[in-house]
Ligand binder design. Structure first.
Ligand SMILES: Nc1nc2c(ncn2[C@@H]2O[C@H](COP(=O)(O)OP(=O)(O)OP(=O)(O)O)[C@@H](O)[C@H]2O)c(=O)[nH]1
Ligand SMILES: [Mg+2]
Length: 295
């Protein structure tokens, strides 16, 4: 008897900001690899999450939400990350909010190469009261481009993900596993540590300050099972530093404590985290700083 076919490939997850791309990646991988928040443009890096099933390995590539407006050099680099991610994948998952298809969605759709098979995902189905309202939306999407499938899901609740995974598997080429069966991501702990810290900044601060921040990991050392991490949060202005640190350092303490808990749970060991806040005006428009930050 011939060996059963094994499939593998890269699958870009794209969409406008806040439609739930990173939540979907985490749900498909079964671990919190990519950070999420209610604020648009939480994701700033390309990050891969790996899902291994018998007979198929998916390498899902999360991307920043594509922005119609390139207001800063950072913004332009985020958009470039989306375009780059699309250049070399076997399939694309195009995510929209099931409640509406907007001009911003159509702008993302226009970026997708016609040669790469795509699946449309209508996310946040848990928030849709009248399921019949989906039919016109599905028809609208089907007119915009040829999709191999249009799949309604709730990434947050984990609903209908096996059906989505099956539809994606059908698009992947035959090939061996690209990563170990137990690998979850292509990124190292150092990267994830910085991201967990940035996630708490996005979740715990108001609408303005997170966009003026960036995180640098200054050192990451193993001492037996303990990880000793030193990080710097960059802000643009002294006033933002005051907000981030909070009264008697209370805000920063809360951010660091929550970030450390996430690190300990994913890394499976104790973490000692030391965070400093530094004012670095204009970092989001400095090519040298952006490169140093990995954008
Ligand atoms: N109700 C509901 N909310 C969801 C669902 N999926 C994601 N969300 C929420 O939508 C918000 C944005 O989710 P993210 O996963 O960060 O979205 P994203 O598309 O990665 O956003 P950017 O990285 O900023 O482009 C968060 O508050 C999520 O909790 C879902 O299935 N249902
Ligand atoms: Mg995201």
């Amino acid at each position: 008897m011939a060996d059963p076919v094994h499939r593998s490939g890269h699958v870009a997850i794209v969409g406008r900001p806040s439609v739930g791309k990173s939540t979907l990646l985490n749900a498909l991988v079964g671990a919190r690899i990519s950070i999420t928040s209610r604020k648009p443009q939480t994701t700033r890096h390309r990050v891969a999450g790996i899902r291994t099933e018998p007979g198929v390995q998916f390498v899902f590539v999360d991307t920043p939400g594509f922005q119609a407006r390139e207001a800063s050099k950072l913004n332009a680099r985020l958009n470039r990350a989306v375009r780059d991610a699309l250049a070399d994948v076997d399939a694309v998952v195009f995510v929209v909010d099931a409640a509406r298809v907007t001009e911003a969605d159509r702008a993302v759709l226009a970026l997708l190469p016609a040669s790469v098979p795509a699946i449309a995902v209508l996310n946040k189905m848990d928030a849709v009261k009248d399921k019949r309202s989906l039919l016109p939306r599905i028809a609208e999407l089907a007119q915009l481009r040829e999709f191999a499938a249009i799949v309604p899901v709730s990434a947050e609740r984990g609903t209908d993900l096996p059906a989505l995974a099956q539809a994606i598997a059908n698009l992947l080429p035959e090939g061996p596993a690209l990563y170990d069966g137990d690998a979850l991501t292509d990124r190292d702990e150092r990267f994830l540590a910085g991201e967990f810290l940035r996630e708490k900044i996005f979740r715990l601060l108001g609408d303005e300050v997170p966009y003026s921040t960036a995180v640098m990991i200054d050192s990451f050392e193993h001492e037996g099972d303990l990880r000793r991490i030193r990080a710097t949060v960059l802000v643009d202005k002294p006033g933002q530093r005051a907000i981030l640190v909070g009264r008697d350092g209370a805000r920063m303490k809360e951010i660091a404590t929550k970030a450390r808990a996430d690190m300990e749970s994913l890394f499976g060991g104790k973490v000692f985290l030391d965070v400093w806040v530094r004012v670095k005006s204009g970092w989001a428009d400095s090519d040298a700083m952006l490169t140093r930050l990995g954008y």
